[in-house]
Design a protein around this ligand. Structure first.
Ligand code: G1P
Length: 321
């Protein structure tokens, strides 16, 4: 079996669900705690011994490269000013991993960035992680996926138990067999089913071990795309085509999952990162308690409770869906 050494992070999406925040700021650069969300993904890979990373991006996302690029001038300036900790933090980010950037080029759909990267990666299994999810876990999600691949020698999808009402946001696996330790043999994915049609209580959460067999299916889709150029190239379709002929597995990830792709999910991730911050957590928890107490106080003379005092100017209605 070929060891997994490389990962692809597709990062060319428009971030439509977070507009207008993402007009100029790539959604991958939104902060979760003290780091942009994509840095959490890069650190997860590094903690899983993956140091060759390809970020597939678009022309409007130069800030991602700017964040990770070496900046010796700034490091020197900070050192001269005696700000050694800041200097070290700037240097460390640029030395985390070997990151190569590519522009996404080809049909619409999340299979295209994987194919773009694969052309320069060669014939080996790779990890693909969407940068919208953050995991807090003892063993990094990427490592849990690789362990499942090492046991099964087959493609693997990252899964999490989901709120059944949310099934129409995710790919939902058809579970064939529970192999123990969270590893499930799956017969494919139903993409974004209504709750009553969801084949299992799990969601595919944007982490994949993609093998050359899955790539062959993506290439097949691309060939068909030239006959029907309005089509889209999706990783789910490639996994389904592969699962029709070969084993495919899902690994239920042991950890806490924060999606950051919608306004509510992003705010929850940011809130959780703030409340659990080792330095600032206690005072932020106090603030949360004060705000909840203020909004729970009943109004005088039977009037409805006063709204929470901290509604920021311009907030209401911006993120309505
Ligand atoms: C994609 C996948 C879907 C998966 C989801 C996870 O959908 O197609 O199977 O559950 O990512 O975030 P998207 O959210 O890009 O529409």
């Amino acid at each position: 079996m070929t060891r997994i050494r490389k990962a692809v992070i597709p990062a060319a999406g428009l971030g439509t669900r977070l507009l207008p925040l993402t007009r100029a700021l790539p959604k991958e650069m939104l902060p979760i705690g003290d780091k942009p969300v994509i840095e959490h993904t890069v650190r997860e890979l590094v903690a899983s011994d993956i140091e060759e990373i390809i970020i597939v991006t678009s022309g409007s996302k130069d800030l991602i490269q700017e964040h990770f690029r070496p900046n010796p001038g700034l490091v020197a300036q900070l050192r001269e000013a005696g700000k050694h900790e800041y200097a070290e933090s700037v240097r460390e980010v640029s030395e985390l991993a070997h990151i190569t950037y590519m522009y996404q080029n080809g049909p619409y759909g999340n299979g295209t960035p994987v194919l773009n990267a694969y052309r320069i990666l060669g014939d080996e299994p790779i990890l693909v992680l969407w940068p919208d999810d953050v995991f807090v876990s003892e063993v990094p999600r990427a490592q849990q996926l690789m362990a499942a691949y090492e046991t099964t020698d087959a493609p693997v999808l990252a899964l999490m138990p989901m709120d059944p009402a949310e099934s129409s946001r995710y790919g939902v696996p058809i579970v064939k067999e529970d192999l123990g330790n969270g590893c499930l043999a799956i017969g494919g994915l139903v993409e974004k089913p209504e709750p009553r049609n969801a084949p299992s209580p799990f969601a595919a959460i944007g982490g994949y071990v993609v093998t050359p067999g899955v790539i062959a299916e993506l290439e097949e889709q691309t060939r068909r795309w030239y006959d029907r150029p309005d089509g889209e190239i999706y990783l789910t379709d490639a996994f389904n085509a592969h699962a029709a002929k070969h084993p495919v597995y899902g690994q239920v990830i042991d950890g806490t999952w924060y999606d950051t792709g919608t306004p509510e999910a992003y705010l929850k991730a940011q809130f959780a990162a703030a409340l659990t911050d080792p330095t600032y957590g206690p005072s932020l928890r106090q603030l949360a308690e004060d705000l909840s107490a203020a909004s729970a106080e009943p109004g005088a003379n039977g009037r409805p409770a006063a709204p929470a005092p901290a509604t920021f100017p311009g907030w209401a209605g911006r993120w309505s869906s």
